[in-house]
Design a protein around this ligand. Structure first.
Ligand SMILES: N[C@@H](CCC(=O)N[C@@H](CS)C(=O)NCC(=O)O)C(=O)O
Length: 239
């Protein structure tokens, strides 16, 4: 059983998608980052950088609970645990790694900044808005070009690289990007969105109407964040 600490954001969605794709059993714990729950000491014990997502695999390496944060590391962990969505061949595997790292190092941080400066910043700063809008467009172009030569980001197979990247490209208009300029990327996004696991993942995200119905809570959290099963990250067994 995996305890997933999450909130409905692109980084959170990635892990929901992987858990649904692999069929692993998991329980959702909502960490309301708008209310500052990511700074609570219990959460900090499993996520040292105060960010969602994070998880505790109750059946971690050695059969003991194992805590992990950072969505890229979590995707690699879940792929290693299940032997799925990360190719076995070394050439293919490293290419998937390359695209997961492109998402972690560029797509997430830059589109996140575009989102921030275009939608949320209390002050409209032209320089920042242009900088991140341009970078967002450039990155959509990088992904679109890759998908012109390859069915999926990592190669011939749908992989954790696609799961990591697609949730960031769901709302291009909020990042200053016209999706019609990237038709191949648009079709790739639709293929992923149509997958039953991706639809189930969305439904189980905190705040979704389906999750709210299941939990009886207006915010759809199946559980508020409980205390992790240990007090300090150092106590968590490492692989
Ligand atoms: N590199 C991290 C980024 C995680 C991240 O930025 N999470 C955001 C939500 S998408 C968060 O928890 N923000 C709360 C805050 O910054 O206080 C990952 O991929 O897991």
């Amino acid at each position: 059983m995996i305890d997933l600490y999450t909130w409905p954001t692109p980084n959170g969605h990635k892990i929901h998608i992987m858990l649904e794709e692999t069929g692993l059993e998991y329980k959702v714990h909502a960490i309301d980052i708008g209310a500052g729950e990511q700074f609570k000491p219990d959460f900090l014990a499993i996520s040292p950088n105060n960010k969602i997502p994070a998880m505790i695999d109750q059946d971690g390496p050695g059969g003991k609970p194992f805590a992990l944060a950072e969505s890229g590391a979590m995707l690699f962990y879940l792929a290693s645990k299940t032997g799925r969505f990360l190719p076995k061949g070394l050439r293919e595997r490293w290419v998937v790694m390359q695209w997961v790292m492109t998402q972690m190092g560029h797509v997430g941080p830059m589109l996140g900044q575009a989102h921030h400066f275009l939608q949320y910043a209390p002050e409209k700063i032209e320089y920042a808005m242009n900088r991140y809008r341009n970078e967002a467009k450039r990155l959509y172009g990088v992904v679109d070009k890759r998908l012109q030569e390859s069915e999926w980001l990592g190669g011939n197979e749908y992989s954790i690289a696609d799961m990591a990247t697609m949730p960031w490209m769901r709302a291009p208009e909020r990042q200053g990007v016209d999706i019609e300029q990237f038709p191949v990327l648009k079709r790739w996004r639709e293929r992923i969105a149509a997958r039953p696991a991706v639809q189930r993942a969305k439904a189980r995200s905190p705040g979704s109407p389906a999750a709210a119905r299941a939990s009886g809570s207006p915010r759809g959290s199946s559980s508020r964040a409980p205390a992790p099963t240990w007090r300090s990250r150092d106590a968590a067994p490492r692989p």
